[in-house]
Design a protein around this ligand. Structure first.
Ligand SMILES: Nc1ncnc2c1ncn2[C@@H]1O[C@H](COP(=O)(O)OP(=O)(O)OP(=O)(O)O)[C@@H](O)[C@H]1O
Ligand SMILES: [Mg+2]
Length: 287
């Protein structure tokens, strides 16, 4: 893809999503802007209904038909927000991979997980042989630490635990070696110990592959562990956009402060970060 090599991996500029309503179009996402570089991760945090999912769906061109989107989305310098659906389809699942909350609803119970990863992969690599595709699938499953992957490829979704199914989804997302991974509440459906494992896995594969990660969550503890930069959303607006350390050490917006104060177990981490923040120069800043 021809693009200036200095361009960020993802640039979102004045992204707005509106739905029609009796009172006229209503913005559920209002002029959101952020950038993401390769190998970096950006957390989008905010309460339910704040517009996190609509932001990610707008980036991928997957909004509901009644939604109206304005603003620009650039991938490696190339504007993708105005591309026809046919071209977007080629980008989704190839250069941009998506991981959603509920792995069970994304997997077909009647096909083995291996076949489903293989189909997703071959949709974007139609010229590879089945044999090569199978090899890619096993490797992808090994990368997400599914033991005995060569045998497990032939198992059906119900034979996997919830955490293992999410590993399968991550394997599927990684099979095409995407530049950008968008994960929308990837661990919300899992129990707490498995959540931590999956998040650590996601972070490590993202760092190993050098992909950019947009991680959507309502969980500030997850953000503090996973994100380099953070967008705090409220009622469709970005109320704060800052480096993660700066956000926790020196939150600028009262809403961010309220979010941080609402998570007691964060206090220790935040105390440490505050000490660091006082000592060193801060990154980012409110926008
Ligand atoms: N098809 C639709 N028509 C009209 N409004 C919609 C539609 N889909 C979503 N919305 C509204 O858009 C707003 C943002 O929704 P969104 O799904 O982005 O929130 P969210 O931050 O992802 O919340 P959650 O944490 O619950 O997933 C909400 O107020 C929602 O009611
Ligand atoms: Mg959502």
């Amino acid at each position: 893809m021809s693009s200036p090599s200095s361009a960020p991996l993802l640039e979102v500029e004045d992204l707005t999503v509106a739905f029609p309503s009796p009172a006229g179009p209503t913005d559920v996402v209002h002029e959101i802007s952020f950038t993401l570089d390769p190998g970096r991760s950006l957390g989008i945090v905010g309460e339910s209904g704040s517009g996190k999912s609509m932001t990610s769906l707008a980036i991928m061109g997957l909004l509901p038909p009644t939604a109206r989107r304005t603003g620009r989305v650039r991938l490696a310098g190339r504007e993708i927000s105005s591309l026809p659906e046919r071209q977007m389809r080629r980008i989704r699942g190839d250069r941009i991979a998506m991981i959603f909350q509920d792995p069970l609803s994304s997997l077909n119970p009647y096909y083995t997980v291996g076949l489903q990863i293989e189909e997703a992969y071959r949709a974007h690599r139609p010229n590879v042989t089945r044999r090569k595709a199978r090899q890619v699938v096993v490797e992808a499953m090994e990368r997400v630490q599914i033991t005995d992957a060569a045998r497990r490829v032939d198992h059906y979704p119900h034979q996997f635990s919830g955490g293992m199914r999410q590993r399968v989804m991550i394997a599927m997302a990684l099979s095409t070696e995407p530049d950008l991974i968008i994960a929308d509440e990837p661990t919300t459906a899992l129990d707490v110990t498995v959540q931590a494992q999956i998040l650590r896995l996601l972070r490590s594969v993202q760092q190993d592959t050098g992909a950019g990660l947009v991680l959507i969550t309502h969980d500030l503890a997850v953000v503090s562990e996973m994100a380099d930069d953070v967008v705090v959303m409220r009622s469709g607006q970005c109320v704060e956009y800052a480096g993660c350390e700066q956000l926790f050490s020196d939150p600028r917006h009262p809403y961010t402060c309220a979010l941080i104060d609402a998570v007691p177990q964060l206090e220790d981490d935040v105390g440490e970060l505050r000490a660091v923040g006082d000592a060193g120069p801060s990154r980012g800043g409110e926008r």
